[in-house]
Write a new protein. Sequence first.
Length: 271
Amino acid sequence: MKKRALCALVSLALCVTLAGQAAAAESSVSFVVNGITLAADVPNRVEARTTYVSYWPIVSALYPNATAEWVNGQAEVKADGLTLHIKPGAQYVEANGRYLYVPDGVKCEGYSIMVPIRTLCQALGAGVEWDGTQSTIQITSGSGPILSGEQAYQADVVYWLSRIIYAESGNQPLDGKIAVGNVVLNRVASPRFPNSVYEVIFQRNQFTPAANGSINRTPSAESVVAAKLCLDGANTAGSALYFVNPTVAPGSWASRNRPYVATIGAHAFYG
């Protein structure tokens, strides 16, 4: 009953509109969960080589006691050890306080909310493999759902990463916020820079907010989400180590000396 109520609400409120915005190919993929083939009518489609699937058939096959409700504009799924939030149009799903990136957004089609199969299985703690010979996606249960955000994220890292993201790109789209976080984490991983988020941010003459104190402003909720997305592998800036606002700093050192990577929002990124 909960599932039917959820689907009806989603369909009326969002799915018809969002489905009209998507250009995708119907998929003839079949799904096998723990050796059992699911019904042939599991909604799925392929967009940009990513297989999207209706989340509920997969969730209910792996977690038979799961429930789903429509809460504050999103699907809320609960099962043993799992709380999952899936919002149509969002560029992420939240699972146990973890934020998993969905670059092209959660889709809605007909009565179904659809997410990339690999992202969904990551949230559910399940393994996923593609069998090209039979056009089958094999899904197997793991040891349990994804570890919680409290276990996976270091509080001090989230604290400082979210603040530099907000100070440098608080008015930018989510992809731009992620890109700024990527630069910080890329520097941490590079032998040319300090090896912690805090030290990278406060390295002398590198980030203006660290020098003028704006780093200490309370970050927006989306900046915190962006930090967590970065820590869970979201990447929009590739291997970039520098970024500048070319309007504010035309002819910057980075633009003259480092390879161009991308422009995202108001920032240009360089490797």
